[in-house]
Design a protein around this ligand. Structure first.
Ligand code: ADP
Length: 369
């Protein structure tokens, strides 16, 4: 197993599309790194250039500290699992798993048999080794593809949306399996998904991509608690963070419906600014029985603005789902978690706000709780 490093990697396709716009990324030896981002953000391209399936325009790719930019896919010795699994339909499960071992003629028949049996035991495929792919469930095909990828002694494992063809229940099961397997094998893994909840569940760290650039690389917990910018803040978390326009004066933040006192530390971070965007995670909207008079809390009023009361009237209905949706103005969808039943005072807690620069999108209060 080896570490993977991308140094200022640019990939421009022949038609002029720049899919990777100066990527710097380090995946530690044995680490499970997830690449997440919307469609077209460059995730698959990144995986393909690491595998050596696409040449890069500039920069370097290092495997285990060695510059591998000019190496062929075979020389890089990485295993890749695709969304489509790419199993050979005319071969049995056994032969599909054995395929990469026969390719290089490095192994004799007995060695191949030992390796296939080992991989199939790990992935619980012993009972179906004679079957053809057409006779397998989606989950079984997925496991065969994983076994085939790992049967060789590979340097790292690259997975491109490997679960997207599975139904929701199987996807949950396979996420758990992949996570367990990756830890057991200790194999350096680069895993692509567009699903932020999958990324948060699987990754030791998660790299968030947008328009061919890495927006942030962090542990799932840090992405949730300390998003670097508006993009990451809005992309990570479900239901998503809500954003409100605000002005700041000293340690007072004025929201469209109330004002709040922020901590001295946060005030120092936004000193001298006027316009801000305030981000609130739904789990930080509190529904309280007693009036909170402390200015660390801002009451979300029933009367202002005018379109709130209709939503508040509806929230009893929504309690069953546990989520309350209100709209403060026409620009802002607001989502809050109902923490107490049957009350109608909603509060924002200043301690849980993120303050963003409206121009650059930078989180000015990153790291300040
Ligand atoms: P993702 O995997 O995040 O959906 P991709 O890496 O597939 O993103 O694509 C990133 C960008 O590169 C997109 O704008 C896409 O249209 C473009 N792209 C991908 N493959 C090619 C190609 N072979 N030729 C030209 N443009 C491509």
């Amino acid at each position: 197993m080896v570490a993977i490093e991308l140094r200022n990697v640019v990939k421009t396709y022949d038609d002029g599309t720049t899919a990777l716009d100066g990527i710097n990324l380090e995946v530690d030896d044995g680490e499970f790194m997830v690449l997440v981002g919307p469609s077209g953000s460059g995730k698959s391209t990144l995986l393909r250039v690491v595998a050596g399936l696409e040449p890069i325009s500039s920069g370097d790719i290092l495997l285990g500290g060695r510059v591998a930019t000019a190496e062929t896919p075979h020389e890089r010795n990485l295993a890749m699992v695709f969304q489509s699994y790419a199993l050979y339909p005319h071969l049995s499960v056994y032969e599909n798993i054995a395929f990469p071992l026969r390719f290089g003629r490095e192994f004799n028949k007995r060695e191949i048999d030992t390796l296939v049996k080992e991989a199939s035991r790990t992935l619980e495929l012993d009972d179906i080794l004679d079957r053809k792919p057409a006779g397998l469930s989606g989950g079984q095909r997925q496991r065969v593809a994983m076994a085939r990828a790992m049967v060789r002694d590979v340097q790292a494992l690259l997975l491109d949306e490997p679960l997207s063809n599975l139904d929701a229940q199987m996807r949950r099961q396979m996420r758990a399996d992949i996570s367990w397997l990756q830890k057991r094998l200790g194999v350096t893994t680069l895993y692509v998904t567009h699903d932020q909840s999958e990324a948060m569940q699987l990754g030791d760290r998660v790299a968030v991509l947008e328009s061919g650039s890495v927006q942030q690389v962090a542990t799932p917990q840090d992405l949730q608690r300390h998003p670097a910018n508006l993009f990451v803040a809005g992309f990570i978390g479900s239901p998503p963070m809500s954003f409100l326009p605000a002005t700041v004066r000293g340690d007072v933040v004025e929201l469209p419906f109330a004002w709040l006192k922020i901590s001295t530390e946060k005030a120092a971070r936004v000193w001298g600014r006027e316009q801000l965007i305030v981000g609130v995670r739904p789990e930080h909207v509190e529904l309280a029985a007693m009036a909170r008079t402390d200015h660390k809390y801002a009451r979300i009023p029933q009367g202002v603005p005018a379109n709130v009361p209709a939503h508040l009237a509806e929230y009893e209905k929504e309690l069953s789902s546990g989520w309350l949706h209100t709209a403060f103005d026409f620009r802002t969808e607001f989502t809050g978690r109902v923490v107490e039943r049957g009350r109608d005072e909603l509060y924002l807690n200043a301690a849980s706000l993120h303050l963003f620069d409206p121009v650059t999108g930078c989180n000015l209060t990153q790291g300040v709780d």
